[in-house]
Design a protein around this ligand. Structure first.
Ligand SMILES: [Zn+2]
Length: 307
């Protein structure tokens, strides 16, 4: 476990986006990572109901099959992640979970996730004491931080044909091929920092009754096209969570494109999502973060871009 650190003087919370559903969120004292995925690999085939990955223009990297073992991009991870107290996994697919073991081992962070996600950690030799396997509904006290696990749903990929019934069993020995990273159930997380309550999702669906009554000040909403499969996705989520003051678009990019590739089509579509937010919550402060961008939120809800 990383040594205890001090809160930021102005009680701000800092949020850094790494593309896909990946985030670092810190109040100075705690550093929470959500679905930390940096490898951004290209793949071929359509396991888990995923469409074969598009290639970015000029991207000459190989497209990996799901039978392959693909190493994490540790150089990129180590450039950006130096410490963490908690790693939260929305689900166990490779594009959420495959970089977690490296980060868990280097930081000593708690790993909060499903039976499948924590079994992936075990397969790579993450210390058992770090693992916090959850099934949804837990509300865990970590002293001056608490985490409520919100039962949720995976994106309805491939025009609602998506279904991944698999789990990652106990007893596997890493490294694992991509096909071993089964969904294993999906969660959202309500993280209560000292002055900020933030509701996190890593996939484009949710269970409305599980969100009803939560009152986060900051809401991260996965906003790519699969959300359009869901009835009034944006409106129902914002209303159920009490129209949070700060609404952040996440999971908006083409995550098989390498960092630095042109994401303008995805950004154009994210603007459509932002318009949906405006219709339901015209007073919300909206953020559409680019890769590696950090912004901060003050306790009064003021949002500042960090430079
Ligand atoms: Zn997934």
């Amino acid at each position: 476990m990383t040594a205890a650190r001090a809160y930021f003087d102005d009680e701000r919370i800092e949020l850094t986006h790494y593309g896909s559903a990946a985030w670092k969120i810190t109040d100075g004292r705690h550093t929470v990572l959500l679905d930390p995925y940096f490898t951004r690999l290209r793949y071929s085939g359509n396991r888990f109901g995923m469409l074969p990955a598009n290639a970015a223009p000029g991207d000459t990297r190989p497209a990996h099959s799901f039978d392959e073992i693909v190493p994490s991009d540790t150089a990129t991870i180590d450039q950006h992640i130096h410490d963490a107290t908690h790693i939260l996994l929305s689900h166990a697919h490779f594009n959420h979970c495959m970089d977690m073991p490296h980060i868990a081992k280097k930081t000593g962070a708690h790993v909060v996730g499903s039976y499948s996600a924590t079994n992936i950690a075990r397969a790579y030799g993450v210390d058992e004491k770090q693992l916090v396997p959850v099934r949804g509904g837990e509300d865990y006290d970590f002293g001056d931080l608490s985490i409520r696990v919100i039962p949720s749903l995976h994106s309805a990929l491939c025009d609602k044909c998506y279904f991944d019934a698999g789990i990652v069993p106990e007893g596997l020995q890493g490294p694992l091929p991509l096909k071993a990273f089964s969904e294993g159930g999906t969660f959202g997380y309500l993280v209560r920092f000292r002055h900020h309550e933030i509701l996190l999702f890593g996939s484009m669906n949710y269970i409305e009754r599980e969100v009803q009554g939560l009152r986060p000040s900051i809401l991260l909403v996965p906003s790519a096209r699969p959300r359009l499969q869901i009835f009034r996705y944006t409106e129902r989520l914002l209303k159920a969570s009490g129209l949070p003051r700060v609404v952040v678009a996440t999971h908006w990019d083409v995550q098989t494109f390498p960092y630095g590739a042109d994401q303008s089509a995805a950004l154009d579509h994210a603007a459509v999502f932002q318009e949906e937010v405006r219709k339901t919550a015209p007073d919300a402060i909206q953020v559409l973060p680019r890769h590696f961008e950090t912004f901060s939120v003050l306790p009064d809800g003021e949002v500042r871009k960090m430079v």
